[in-house]
Design a protein around this ligand. Structure first.
Ligand SMILES: [Zn+2]
Length: 251
């Protein structure tokens, strides 16, 4: 199937209003898929990216993130810290923030996921360097029937997408970074990329009815606001409350 038709089919299959809106109002794709092993991988990876982008654009995500301004006075962006409101501006792509076009590849059967940004305009063969690589262990989670496992893949993709945001018209500046944080800002300060991932994850779990609206904070506490608690993703059956340490389900 031609890529444009395939993309529309994928967006239609995602089923969210935000994603469907993109079929009538085409948006430039911030992430282009460069390396997969099969048509099914291409389809599923497009779904994973489209669903995560739609979540990040949703009013539910925005409301959840804004509500955390009472919990966090500052959020670390890496080289600086800022308010939750500023993070909301960054994720909402308010001027001057925008996505830097980023190719993505599925790599190996592993947990690695990473975004390489050409912070200072580094070039390889004349091309500005920015790329995303995602291991297939994360990808397998996206295909899981367990909503919590699937939500962890959303977390990972939202986290990596955070690194593709730039505030430059020409360069990938890496507005949100994971490193260079705790020494200058304090260990208790959440890290924007991880917070963004967990808010996207927990918003997804609210949308599919796996957790209630008021469970946002306990959900974020399970998966982390300054790191990703990867090992907890496969610890919850469908009937188990999303809390850590785990509680037994009511008899
Ligand atoms: Zn990161």
């Amino acid at each position: 199937m031609p890529i444009d038709k395939l993309y529309l089919a994928v967006l239609a299959s995602v089923g969210s209003a935000a994603a469907l809106a993109q079929t009538t109002t085409p948006q430039p794709e911030p992430i282009s898929i460069e390396a997969v092993s099969s048509p099914q991988e291409l389809l599923d990876l497009k779904c994973w990216i489209a669903e995560t982008l739609a979540l990040l654009k949703s009013k539910e995500f925005k409301n959840n993130l804004s509500s955390l301004s009472v919990d966090y006075t500052r959020v670390s962006f890496g080289s600086r810290s800022a308010s939750v409101a500023e993070l909301s501006k960054v994720v909402g792509l308010e001027y001057p923030y925008r996505f830097y076009p980023t190719p993505v590849a599925l790599v190996g059967n592993q947990w690695n996921s990473t975004v390489l940004t050409g912070h200072n305009g580094e070039r390889i063969n004349g091309i500005l360097v920015t790329s995303m690589a995602v291991g297939r262990q994360h990808f397998a989670r996206f295909r899981s029937a367990n909503a919590v496992e699937r939500s962890c893949a959303i977390n990972t993709m939202a986290h990596e997408i955070s690194h593709t945001i730039t505030d430059s018209p020409t360069l990938a500046t890496g507005v949100i970074e994971d490193t260079g944080t705790s020494a200058t800002i304090g260990a208790a300060t959440p890290i924007a990329s991880y917070l963004m991932g967990s808010v996207a994850q927990c918003t997804y779990l609210q949308k599919v009815g796996r957790i209630k609206e008021e469970e946002l904070r306990s959900c974020i506490a399970v998966f982390g606001d300054s790191e990703f608690n990867n090992g907890r993703c496969n610890q919850f059956n469908a009937d188990e409350p999303l809390q850590w340490p785990k509680r037994a389900p009511r008899p």
